[in-house]
Write a protein that binds this ligand. Structure first.
Ligand code: HSE
Length: 436
């Protein structure tokens, strides 16, 4: 088979890693793919930098359209990111009958339905292993390895930056700001770190995994998203004293009434494997009805880990090039006409356990008032701790863990509790998952 020619759009960190991996492992890759995969063209605004990385044998251009319109290019690798020019270039490449490999989670989460429909019309493949979990082959696992299963739920640590920040805050007691600064210095964070710390990046990745796991369209706008920027060291410490770690989890569950899609800080028992995923590492826990729980762990970002996923997609596409499009693995795991319109549950209908921290006046009857509100709403308390007051203060921190309950009931309870004159400040609410 003649060599497959690849055109790369954007040669930043991951692009550079892709170059290095393709070159270093070219023989192994060709043995697997059944043909050589060669990087033929690179487009980057910084032509000098691109030339320095790509060398003399590769055509370097500042004009990405030169690549997506070039008749010799078989596969376009999009590593520009964002939802602007990257979208136009991918749609143009598809219109020109080229296959696409992308790491662009924001683009797929927001416009994936349109992109996959265009690809299906033109009988081309759009592969996106690198969009979720960096080097972890989670897309492949969900789409193919677990295809015998009815997926029940997915729970994942899929933003390395926020996991790094939470780990630093717990291990070293540093502040949120100091940990974020360090994560940025180490190059983990997105160009806009709000995407990392406010859970948006994790929500992008969750939309993609849920689509593949449950056979539903991408629905980024339906994901409930709460980040880690308001978490305090105090809550991290209290959670630890109760035997829990706090992680930013992306969770999707299949329920009788619909599908839960949510990203938020979550208490997890410290003995669970996923609670021990530290630093910039990622992990995805998947519950399938046949296999039970499986966990996928690895580097969620970085040049060569992410390149590992990009190159694996190139091999996949190269192998499938000659296959009849009808017999390829569907982009979203399920046949396009089999996607279901199962509703996404509003957050009020989500079921979870909760960590609640209240600042209350330390006097008789306060606890009775609070527990009455909870009881009236059918919320059952699993554990409760009252911390010592600070020197010279009458206000104390009261921490409650609840059993499973509806989010709406907890929201209603919080409104009532906050209205009590003996309660100072807002109630801190953090969701809790046992993963039994
Ligand atoms: N900013 C992302 C993270 C990079 O921190 O996980 C990989 O998508």
């Amino acid at each position: 088979m003649k060599p497959i020619k690849v055109g790369l759009l954007g040669i930043g960190t991951v692009g550079g890693g892709t170059f290095a991996v393709l070159l270093r492992n070219q023989e192994e890759i060709a043995r697997r793919a059944g043909c050589a995969i060669t990087m033929a063209m690179v487009a980057d605004k910084d032509v000098d930098k691109a030339r320095a990385i790509a060398g003399d044998r590769v055509v370097v251009t500042a004009d990405a359209y030169e690549i997506v319109n070039h008749p010799d290019i078989d596969i376009v690798v999009e590593l520009i990111g964002g939802t602007g020019i990257a979208k136009e270039l991918i749609l143009k490449a598809i219109a020109n009958g080229k296959h696409v490999v992308t790491a662009n989670k924001a683009l797929l989460a927001n416009h994936g339905n349109e992109i996959f429909a265009a690809a299906q019309k033109k009988d081309v493949m759009v592969a996106f292993e690198a969009a979720v979990g960096g080097g972890i082959p989670i897309i492949k696992a969900l789409r193919e390895g677990l295809s015998a299963n009815r997926i029940e739920w997915i729970a994942a640590i899929i933003n390395g930056t926020s996991n790094y920040i939470l780990t630093e805050m717990r291990d070293k007691g540093v502040s949120f700001d100091a940990a974020l600064e360090e994560a940025q210095r180490l190059g983990y964070a997105e160009a806009d770190p709000t995407f990392d710390i406010e859970g948006i990046d994790a929500a992008h990745k969750l939309s993609i995994m849920a689509a593949i796991g449950f056979g539903i369209p991408m629905q980024f706008s339906a994901v409930y998203t709460e980040g880690i920027s308001k978490l305090t060291r105090e809550d991290i410490r209290y959670a630890e004293e109760l035997g829990y770690r706090i992680k930013l989890l992306a969770i999707s569950k299949r329920k009788a009434q619909g599908i839960e899609l949510r990203v938020h800080p979550t208490l997890i028992p410290e003995r669970r494997l996923i609670a021990n995923v530290e630093g910039v590492m990622n992990a995805v826990l998947v519950m399938g009805d046949a296999v039970g729980q499986t966990m996928y762990y690895g580097a969620g970002a970085g040049a060569e880990p992410t390149a590992s996923a990009v190159v694996a997609d190139l091999v996949d596409v190269a192998r499938m090039l000659t296959a009849d499009p009808e017999h390829r693995v569907p982009h979203l795991a399920f046949q396009p006409d089999q996607l279901s319109n199962t509703p996404i549950l509003p957050m009020g209908q989500v079921e979870s356990a909760y960590y609640l921290r209240l600042r209350v006046f330390d006097k008789p009857g306060v606890l009775a008032d609070i527990t009455r509100i909870l009881a009236d709403l059918g919320i059952s308390i699993e554990a409760m701790v009252q911390k010592e007051p600070r020197e010279g203060e009458d206000w104390v921190n009261l921490i409650m863990l609840t059993h499973l309950t509806l989010e709406q009931h907890v929201s209603d309870a919080i409104v009532k509790i906050e209205a009590l004159p003996v309660v100072a400040d807002k109630v801190t609410r953090i969701r809790l998952e046992e993963f039994n």
